[in-house]
Ligand binder design. Structure first.
Ligand SMILES: Nc1ncnc2c1ncn2[C@@H]1O[C@H](COP(=O)(O)OP(=O)(O)O)[C@@H](O)[C@H]1O
Ligand SMILES: [Mg+2]
Length: 245
């Protein structure tokens, strides 16, 4: 299976390491709380979260099941809104925008990857990636080249015409990555993207993530509880019961 990483490793060796402090802050989370009204009593799921994502960082959220990782990721992506606190995305007050404004920002500047691969089963890899360009309003004339470029980035250019069921779990997840980055988002949010994959496939996904941070200048925030995966993070936030420790 061809994964185009060898070439990039030599490129990386020639580049000067970039001082982390010169990276711009892309997202700031200040004192975010999220309370759900479940039945009678309120359920406090996020209890005062502070965090920061800088450009081109790979940041991970770890924590036990039920600790609030998905709830936080949903707030970062505007799929949910905090009950209290502030989220600034690219200098804009993300949490206090209207739903419409937030949707526009999300479609243009964010990409999402979930544990279960979220591909359209009847569409080929190419058509799945095209779908996200269509959703983002990218002119049709640009689709062909961009789709090819994205599938090449994830090492699947030769699987372009395969449908999800003809691909392995790891390959499906790589199509999902191609789909999530096709419209050139600034921020990629991934909820346990390796959760259903074995360690070999998980390592491939992480190599792809590192590759797209360099080539696409994207920032990635993902959840995981796999200790071997945590090793490649620029920063790890550990969540316990709705707070970072
Ligand atoms: N929409 C919701 N309504 C009520 N409770 C919720 C909702 N979403 C999440 N929860 C609760 O919030 C807690 C944290 O969930 P979640 O963020 O999914 O944790 P994690 O992703 O770390 O496993 C859980 O107790 C869950 O049941
Ligand atoms: Mg979760």
């Amino acid at each position: 299976m061809a994964i185009p990483l060898e070439e990039d490793e030599t490129t990386e060796a020639r580049l000067e390491p970039e001082p982390a402090e010169e990276r711009r802050i892309l997202l700031t989370v200040k004192d975010v709380e999220r309370t759900f009204q479940a039945g009678g009593s309120p359920l406090h799921v996020l209890k005062g979260i502070h965090m920061e994502l800088k450009e081109r960082q790979l940041v991970m959220l770890k924590g036990r099941s039920g600790s609030g990782k998905t709830t936080l990721l949903n707030c970062l992506g505007g799929l949910d809104t905090p009950s209290k606190g502030e989220i600034m995305f690219n200098g804009l007050p993300f949490n206090s925008m209207s739903d419409n404004q937030r949707t526009i920002i999300r479609r243009q500047h964010m990409g999402f990857i979930f544990q279960a691969f979220a591909l359209m089963p009847l569409l080929s890899a190419r058509e799945n990636v095209e779908l996200s360009l269509r959703m983002a309003g990218v002119p049709r004339a640009q689709w062909k080249d961009r789709v090819a470029q994205c599938l090449e980035l994830v090492g699947l250019e030769r699987r372009m015409n395969h449908r999800p069921f003809e691909l392995s779990g790891g390959e499906q997840q790589r199509v999902a990555i191609a789909k999530a980055i096709a419209h050139k988002p600034m921020l990629l949010l991934a909820d346990e993207p390796t959760g259903e994959l074995d360690s070999g496939m998980s390592a491939q996904i992480m190599a792809v993530f590192q590759n797209i941070i360099r080539t696409e200048q994207v920032t990635i925030c993902m959840t995981t509880h796999d200790p071997t995966i945590l090793e490649v993070a620029d920063h790890v936030y550990e969540m316990v019961d709705g707070k970072f420790i």
